[in-house]
Design a protein around this ligand. Structure first.
Ligand SMILES: NC(=O)c1ccc[n+]([C@@H]2O[C@H](COP(=O)([O-])OP(=O)(O)OC[C@H]3O[C@@H](n4cnc5c(N)ncnc54)[C@H](O)[C@@H]3O)[C@@H](O)[C@H]2O)c1
Length: 328
């Protein structure tokens, strides 16, 4: 197909700031239709980003617009409810994160994707950021060797955790909970301490035998980009991301800075460094070429990250180690 005709469901805060603007940098896509329960928002985004069609009901959009693909950006419950309807209409679908409220919801979507044979992708953006893409590449080199241990730390400003659908762990920490297995391989067991919902100290065991230690805290101002990820390899090899903006490889007592984000980046560069543009590009490319290898975050792997999330919650509640049993 020459251009992928896209419909977007949701014209709220995140999509208007990140998803619609990203399309302006992807010549292979044509925004065909916008749908939001709030007609004013749908009209506003259609006008601003060049779509001809406006809807307030997704089913009507699927019936009347001629689409090649759909993006849904609403919230976890709606992602899990609406994605299967799109898949059953024989269209590929991309949802924002989280793909569902829990692993069971994500698994149900993954099963529909399998049955229909359609692509279902989750916007787990960390898997598309240059920092972590390069980190993963370097982990595959001989000089890094077998990963021994992962250490992650991330903080943010206070969450009120008012709904189980938008907790600090599910809404914010999920990005790094998802990143851990993408970098290190399957998680086989977790143990977690959470004295209160804005503080998490987590241990992970990976299928490879490597260990992980993750700390998340919502007690900062949120202004400082506190995102630290270290992976220890063999001998003295070590890879680390500091402050979510630089990647360093230490080997043979020499430091190599492999990637550094220019903190003044704006527009397209900012969208690339944060992963937003690259993940949408991957989706559009997969739809256009039928090559799914460009997609790093299909719903089956998102389900596995959601199972890690649920197991962390369960462990914090019971005080016990939880072994992960994957359905797919
Ligand atoms: N990747 C990230 O870094 C990141 C950052 C922020 C938010 N998000 C995710 O983005 C998603 C949306 O967040 P937001 O802040 O834009 O929310 P929002 O509330 O601002 O927007 C949601 C929009 O969906 C519309 N809507 C609700 N139900 C609908 C339906 N059935 N059909 C059509 N439209 C419907 C609402 O009217 C609203 O305009 C969430 O899942 C959130 O976790 C991701």
């Amino acid at each position: 197909m020459e251009k992928v005709k896209l419909g977007i469901i949701g014209a709220g805060g995140l999509s208007t700031k990140k998803i619609y603007p990203s399309l302006l940098y992807i010549p292979e896509v044509k925004l065909e239709a916008v749908c939001d329960l709030d007609e004013n928002k749908a009209k506003r985004n259609a006008e601003k980003f060049g779509a001809n069609l406006v809807f307030t009901r997704m089913e009507q959009m699927l019936d009347e617009a001629e689409l090649d693909a759909v993006i849904i950006c609403i919230g976890p419950e709606q992602h899990a409810q609406l994605a299967p309807i799109v898949l059953k209409a024989r269209l590929p679908v991309y949802t924002e994160k989280p793909p569902a409220v829990d692993a069971a919801g994500a698994l149900a979507v993954a099963r529909v994707a399998k049955d229909t044979g359609q692509l279902c992708m989750t916007a787990f953006k960390k898997r598309y950021t240059p920092l972590y893409v390069r980190m993963k590449e370097q982990m595959g080199t001989d000089r890094f060797g077998k990963p021994a241990m992962l250490v992650m730390q991330r903080s943010f400003s206070r969450y009120n955790n008012s709904s189980p659908r938008s907790t600090f762990l599910l809404d914010f920490c999920i990005h790094l909970i998802d990143l851990a297995p993408w970098l290190m391989g399957k998680v086989t067991a977790v143990h977690a301490l959470s004295p209160e919902p804005n503080t998490w100290a987590i241990q992970m065991v990976f299928e490879s035998g490597a260990a992980g230690s993750l700390a998340f805290c919502a007690h900062t101002s949120g202004v400082y980009p506190d995102e630290q990820v270290t992976i220890y390899g063999e001998d003295d090899a070590m890879l680390f991301v500091r402050d979510g903006h630089s990647l360093t490889f230490v080997h043979d007592r020499v430091y190599h800075t492999l990637h550094q984000i220019n903190l003044t980046t704006a527009g397209q560069e900012g969208l690339v460094e944060s992963g937003f543009l690259s993940e949408i590009q991957a989706f559009i490319k997969a739809v256009q070429t039928a090559d799914r290898s460009v997609v790093q975050s299909d719903i089956a792997s998102s389900y596995r990250s959601m199972l890690a999330h649920d197991s962390i919650v369960q462990s914090a509640r019971t005080g016990q180690w939880v072994e992960l049993k994957y359905e797919i």
